[in-house]
Design a protein around this ligand. Structure first.
Ligand code: A3P
Length: 916
């Protein structure tokens, strides 16, 4: 990483030389004066005084310029003054000096995407064989794939090979071995299976040679005409510009200096199937005469001429930044373009608060000029680029006189920049509980914009500290829409700040929220010599490290910076110009910029699956809690959910739970009554605040809160959503015979006047074929699907451990609800247990258990629960028992697996009565 680093010492040497000369001159001057005064003038006192004054004057006149000269030239590291208040020019201010002869060289044509017909033989997915689930390189590979959103499956090498095909297509486009040895030493059967798959489906292999304790010299790679030397220290990596693999990576330059690690493997072969992709030199490889020895191959491509399988073999892992690019290129090449990342990258730099900063750290006119000239240079490399300036009007002209002129110069150049609204007073929106107040403050900023001629129609805004965006503070969304007609914002906090590679976007109330990237510059990182970890750390991030990789992996990047990063050492200007140059040097990436609105539209076109938000629990993340209103509490969330399915007795259970003195249900919904139906339906888009309003803490603080929505059970997205918000919640489900459930459901919607149910008999509904009218088919599916219990329970169990799930036998709920409630209380760990004996009684008229009021009267469920209807026809029952046979068989297995000792009687009956 040293090749592009500015050599500070070299720059310092001439200065130290000058300084030494000045010191010598100064010493001579004082010495001469001292010698000169006493010998000639001491006897004459009056003249003496004059001479003394004259001498002092001369000394002052000489010393002041020297002093200023030294201050301005001397490396500030050696001067003990307060930097932040200094107005002297800083000689340590870094300037971008990425030297790259390739920068203006030919670029790869955009259609070079490795695409061949062979890509149609397999799916765009990678199979990764790792050594163990925890091995370092395996993790690095997985993280890289997550970052680039390439689908993958992890398998521990050494176990059996997973299923590789589905129908007549390969399931994986490339196979990766974290340790190539695991491939070479596979048992014969599995190796043949894998190789056959690779040949038939044109699938390539990437392998890494893992460092070995034993140093191998000229060892043969088992079964291949290639030899390796291990444990070598290398330097000066360069690429084979003729390699067909290179696409994202741009060859031509050399990475000068030692390469990370001392355990590299190099390859030697004399078979035409092998072609080097990367070379390097041994660390001691320059001869005494300065002659360079032959470069050593560190990554080799196997064209498949030997055994008809294409491979790329890496002599070191992904520690070296260039290998990450080459790994992505190898995936693209070996998958015949299936796994090619686009070369387009969109790029926007927000300056979150152009007027917010402490006196002494703000931008001055010369910083604004520097911004403008850097912007012009970036525009040559990134078409459409303009710094995107956020403004908080209240802090305009809050600096010293020079800094206030900086603010003015910014405004004189309004048209040079893009603009967006920040908060007027930089206040965090979650601190507002009053919409009017929030709107008023936003309007202050809008008036400021109008007064200064700042455009305010970008439809984009950023909230101070991301407050209110996620976790969503609905007042902010409302105010943004009303005052600014905001359509786009961005945050680092969704779903969490870390790890950055998992940041995603979502759309809430028609406002597109984009993930936002950090570049390592914060409000307080304003001087290079104070940069955490030192300048090397920043340069490392730029030159192949985190910042560089962020842009390589993300097609759309919005970076956050602050005003202070543009004054002082102008670290943002340095960082971005450098990283853009570095990208130009080493990649074929085509950078461009756009308005936030266009970026957001491109983003959701690329990732439509991210449109829906996933609401997490703000209390699970201290950072989220900090930007969440004090008036909100995670106690406003239920501790357990009754998830259904419909028609199994969920209302009865809900009613019995509500009798319990320590248990409270949600407030009723005006639309769906006792059910909130948040996780399964459109209510989810109303946001977390909406949901939490059903659980007022003040009333129920000491009670165990729950909600029951019977449609949760079979909702595709529900387990995932519930888990994101309530990972520790307990789940209660009730099961009855799926055939009986289907019949009860049919009677239910028929009673509610459903026209299809009233026009078709139950038997006609359940036997409706695929040519039946669409509404009938839809009704059939709604009737039958929830009864596929095993399928739905498996989905819940992928998110929740069985210990959090309690299954109630719905028949016992009918016949012995007291026993059911006792068991449920044990599961919920509610103490003291409430004795239901005196509170539930069998009602002869209703033919069900009902609630006992005042020890005497019973209050039963309404007419719609425990309906009277004719029994199901035998032919329908038999048909449904057959229909559910495989699901019921799977359910028995599932129940046994999760430790349920007694299989419900109805399940046994359904299975034994089922016609085969
Ligand atoms: P039927 O009306 O078809 O008999 P849900 O509340 O989930 O919609 O379920 C309604 C079913 O609950 C009723 O279906 C009924 O069989 C059953 N149930 C169980 N215990 C009950 C009770 N104590 N009172 C009324 N219905 C009860």
């Amino acid at each position: 990483m040293t090749n592009f680093k500015m050599n500070i010492d070299k720059l310092r040497l001439p200065l130290l030389g000058k300084e030494a000369t000045i010191k010598r001159k100064k010493n001579c001057m004082t010495q001469c004066l001292r010698n000169w005064i006493p010998t000639r003038l001491f006897p004459h006192r009056i003249s003496n005084l004059k001479i003394l004054i004259l001498a002092v004057l001369i000394v002052v006149l000489i010393i002041i310029p020297i002093y200023y000269y030294r201050l301005s030239q001397f490396d500030l590291k050696y001067i003990n003054i307060n930097y932040s208040m200094s107005s002297f020019h800083r000689s340590t201010r870094p300037t971008p000096n990425i030297r790259c002869s390739m920068i203006n060289g030919p670029r790869l044509p955009q259609n070079h995407d490795h695409k061949t017909e062979a890509r149609l033989r397999s799916d765009p997915k990678v199979l990764v064989f790792v050594e163990t689930m925890y091995s370092k390189l395996g993790k690095d590979i997985a993280e890289l794939l997550v970052h680039t959103r390439i689908k993958y499956k992890i398998e521990v090498a050494g176990k059996s090979v997973p299923v590789l095909t589905s129908l007549d297509k390969g399931k994986y486009g490339v196979i990766v071995f974290e340790n190539l040895n695991k491939y070479l030493q596979m048992d014969k059967w599995n190796r043949e299976l894998l190789d056959k798959y690779c040949r038939e489906y044109f699938v390539g292999i990437i392998g890494f040679i893992n460092p070995s304790e034993e140093t191998l010299v000229g060892a043969e790679l088992k079964g291949f005409p290639i030899f390796i030397h291990t444990n070598i220290q290398l330097k000066d990596a360069a690429l084979n510009a003729a390699s067909q693999i290179l696409r994202l990576t741009r060859p031509g330059e050399t990475v000068w200096g030692p390469l990370p690690g001392d355990d590299w493997t190099i390859f030697q072969a004399n078979h035409s199937t092998y072609e080097p992709l990367e070379w390097a030199h041994k660390i001691d490889d320059y001869g005494h005469e300065g002659l360079m020895k032959t470069p050593l191959t560190t990554i080799v491509q196997d064209h498949g001429l030997f055994d008809n399988i294409q491979r790329v073999i890496f002599g070191s892992g992904l520690k070296f930044w260039l290998h990450r690019l080459l790994f992505l290129d190898s995936l693209s090449y070996l998958s015949h373009g299936q796994l090619s990342l686009s070369l387009e990258r969109k790029f926007l730099i927000d300056i979150d608060d152009i007027f917010v900063g402490d006196k002494g750290t703000r931008i001055k006119p010369e910083d604004v000029s520097a911004m403008l000239s850097t912007q012009r240079r970036i525009q040559n490399m990134v078409p459409g680029f303009k710094f995107n300036l956020g403004f908080s009007g209240k802090y305009y002209q809050h600096g010293n006189p020079d800094e206030d002129k900086g603010d003015d110069l910014i405004l004189e150049n309004i048209d040079e920049f893009r603009w967006f609204s920040h908060m007027w007073n930089h206040q965090q929106p979650h601190l507002y509980d009053n919409l009017t107040q929030l709107i008023d403050d936003m309007n202050l900023n809008k008036n400021f914009a109008k007064e200064k001629g700042i455009p305010f129609d970008s439809g984009y805004s950023v909230s101070p500290h991301h407050s209110g965006v996620y976790p969503a503070h609905e007042l902010l969304y409302t105010a943004w829409k009303r005052v600014w007609n905001i359509r786009v914002t961005s945050t680092e906090e969704y779903p969490h700040l870390r790890p950055a590679r998992l940041r995603r976007g979502f759309i809430h109330r028609n406002i597109m929220v984009l993930p936002r990237q950090t570049c390592g510059l914060f409000t307080h990182t304003i001087y290079i010599d104070k940069y955490p970890g030192g300048r090397d750390k920043l340069d490392e991030s730029i030159q192949g490290g985190e910042l560089f990789q962020t842009i390589v992996y993300n097609p759309i990047n919005i970076f956050m910076t602050h005003m202070s990063n543009y004054g002082n050492d102008r670290l943002a200007l340095y960082t971005f110009e450098s990283v853009i140059k570095f990208l130009q040097c080493w990649t074929n990436i085509k950078l461009s910029s756009d308005t936030p609105l266009q970026l957001a539209e491109s983003y959701f076109k690329l990732y439509p699956e991210e449109t829906d938000p996933i609401w997490g629990n703000p209390c699970d993340d201290p950072k989220h809690q900090k930007i969440w209103s004090k008036n909100k509490s995670c106690d406003s969330l239920p501790k357990f959910l009754v998830i259904g399915p419909q028609k199994t007795g969920t209302t009865a259970l809900y009613t019995f739970l509500s009798i319990h003195p320590s248990i409270a249900s949600n407030l009723p919904s005006t639309e769906t009554f006792e059910e909130i139906q948040f996780f399964n339906a459109n209510n989810y888009y109303k946001g977390l605040d909406w949901y939490m309003n059903f659980f007022p803490v003040d009333v129920n603080s000491s009670r165990y809160m729950f909600e029951k929505s019977a449609t949760y059970f079979d909702g595709d997205l529900v387990p995932k959503r519930v888990h994101a918000l309530l990972p520790h919640t307990k789940l209660v489900t009730i099961l009855i015979s799926p055939a009986k459930r289907a019949y009860s459901w049919y009677q239910h919607i028929k009673a509610h006047g459903d026209t299809i149910a009233n026009n078709y008999s139950f038997h006609q509904v359940i036997t409706a074929g695929d040519t039946a009218p669409k509404p009938l088919r839809e009704l059939r599916n709604r009737c039958l699907n929830p009864g596929k219990y095993s399928q739905h329970l498996e989905r819940w169990l992928t998110y929740f451990p069985p210990q959090q799930l309690h299954i109630i036998d719905g028949e016992i709920l009918k016949s012995n609800p007291i026993e059911v409630m006792d068991e449920l209380q044990k599961f919920l760990k509610i103490t003291p247990q409430f004795n239901y004996t005196g509170h539930l009684r069998y009602d002869e008229k209703k033919k069900f258990y009902c609630q006992v009021l005042n020890g005497e009267r019973t209050k039963c469920l309404g007419k719609s629960k425990g309906r009277h209807y004719p029994p199901m026809e035998e032919k329908s029952l038999k048909l449904l028992q057959r229909y559910y046979l495989s699901h019921n068989t799977a359910l028995v297995k599932l129940l046994k697996r999760i430790g349920m000792r007694n299989v419900p009687q109805w399940l046994q009956d359904d299975l034994t009565d089922s016609p085969t």
